[in-house]
Write a protein that binds this ligand. Structure first.
Ligand code: S3P
Length: 432
């Protein structure tokens, strides 16, 4: 599918954004392990989260929709049953890495598979610590074949790379281990798993960057409200921040400190972003985010904000191309292991659009440029497709994004919301 975006347009108005992808996965998985119903409001029905949902159903979990609420009827930690089929994670790294931890502890065998992109992504980062715990896993990339083991041992683990997926994988395995699982991070990655575990009654504490979890017989199902996804809102926040005349208000967005890198980086570039009505939606903080567009200034992006902005760099690169002067991003080696190599893929498309840039081994330098237009490839990466659509705000010609169907991975209503706010984009099956 092609996404054809008209040049210009604006971002103005008030809207809501769909639920957080990371929290939706975790609500499903922990709901499945809890005792009694977990009633989820604001679940993100995107392809990635539906992959987790389908897998849990294959593991015997009863999950139903009741109007806008998703009800996960958990039967406790030991109620999963052997699946009759392979477990397809599609494009979703979160599904594969989190479920690898959970499945390692089960008394039955299972196989996790993924699409072409996911099958190339590194899984050794979960297989290796899980093996230290005693898990029996074959494969360092998908497919992962997981065999029943003789019980998991709790470990102390120092995370070599900041990754919430790896941390969450080990916490899920730790729920079944004999003893205390202790995980230390150099930089705090998103902590949704820890918050939700605590909310459902788990014995988990965080002190500085150390997390300690003791296994527990019961988690309690509860009503959960999932905040709007700041990583989806990011496309409009970054686009509006860097476009004079733009003015948006996005309601009920998750503002967990471990996800705030986008806001810090844009504010350092001069963005006028205000958080209104800060409040809690259950276990996560939220706010209404107002953005007024101006011309941003290029900066050297401090590496301390990389982890908390890890999914936002494609659109931050576009904001840097809209800005005055040069923006230098470094410390981004992890971007090369996402759904695509996001440094290479973004650089290729941005050069086609007339942006002056230089690629670094772990980052990119982007000069504020006049953006032309043309056909750019997203490589099937949802966030790259949406970032290039946002580039049209300041383009002089239409931008056509190839393989844009993958936007449904995380944000199926992206085009509708973008059009509502003042961009103009249509989807085409064929493009001349
Ligand atoms: C996620 C963690 C991040 C992020 C991904 C979602 C999660 O990945 O990029 O989109 O839900 O835990 P890493 O853990 O690999 O950094």
């Amino acid at each position: 599918m092609y996404l054809v975006v008209s040049p210009g347009g604006t971002l103005r108005g008030e809207t809501t954004i769909p639920g957080d992808k990371s929290i939706s996965h975790r609500a499903l998985i922990l709901g499945a392990l809890a005792q009694g119903p977990t009633i989820i409001e604001g679940f993100l029905a995107s392809e990635d989260c539906l992959a987790t949902l389908n897998i849990l159903q294959l593991l015997g979990v009863n999950i139903t929709w009741q109007n806008t609420q998703l009800i996960v009827n958990g039967q406790g930690l030991d109620a999963l049953r052997e699946p009759l089929d392979v477990l397809d994670c599609g494009n979703s790294g979160t599904s594969m890495r989190l479920l690898a931890g959970l499945l390692s502890a089960q008394p039955f065998a299972s196989t996790l598979v993924g699409d072409q992109s996911l099958s190339k992504r590194p899984m050794a980062r979960v297989v290796s610590p899980l093996s230290q715990m005693g898990a029996k896993i074959v494969g360092h990339v998908a497919p992962l074949i997981i065999k029943p083991c003789d019980g998991l041992q709790a470990i102390r683990y120092e995370m070599p790379v900041a990754s919430a997926q790896v941390k969450s994988c080990l916490l899920l395995a730790g729920l079944y281990a004999n003893g205390e699982t202790i995980i230390t991070e150099k930089v705090a990655s998103r902590d949704h798993t820890e918050r939700l575990l605590r909310y459902l009654g788990a014995d988990i504490t965080t002190q500085k960057n150390q997390i300690r979890l003791n296994p527990q017989a019961i988690l309690n199902g509860k009503a959960l409200s999932i905040p709007a996804d700041i990583s989806s809102a990011a496309f409009f926040i970054a686009g509006a921040s860097a476009t004079p005349g733009a003015h948006i208000l996005l309601k009920g967005i998750g503002i967990n400190p471990t996800r705030m890198g986008l806001i810090h980086i844009l504010q350092a570039m001069g963005a006028e972003i205000t958080l209104h009505e800060k409040r809690y939606a259950g276990f996560e903080p939220i706010a209404d985010i107002e953005v007024k567009g101006i011309t941003l200034q290029g900066i050297e992006v401090p590496e301390k904000w990389v982890v908390s902005a890890i999914d936002e760099f494609p659109v931050l690169f576009i904001a840097a191309a809209f800005a005055q002067g040069e923006t230098r991003f470094s410390g981004l080696a992890e971007l090369r292991h996402k759904e695509t190599d996001r440094i290479a893929m973004m650089a290729a498309g941005m050069e086609k659009l007339g942006v002056t840039l230089a690629i670094l081994p772990d980052g990119i330098i982007i000069r504020g440029s006049k953006i032309t237009g043309g056909i750019v490839d997203s490589g099937g990466d949802h966030r790259i497709a949406m970032a290039f659509a946002i580039a049209a705000l300041q383009a002089s010609e239409p931008i056509t994004v190839q393989h844009a169907q993958h936007i449904a991975t995380s944000f199926p209503s992206f085009c509708d919301i973008a059009n509502l706010l003042g961009l103009s984009m249509i989807q085409e099956d064929n493009h001349e």
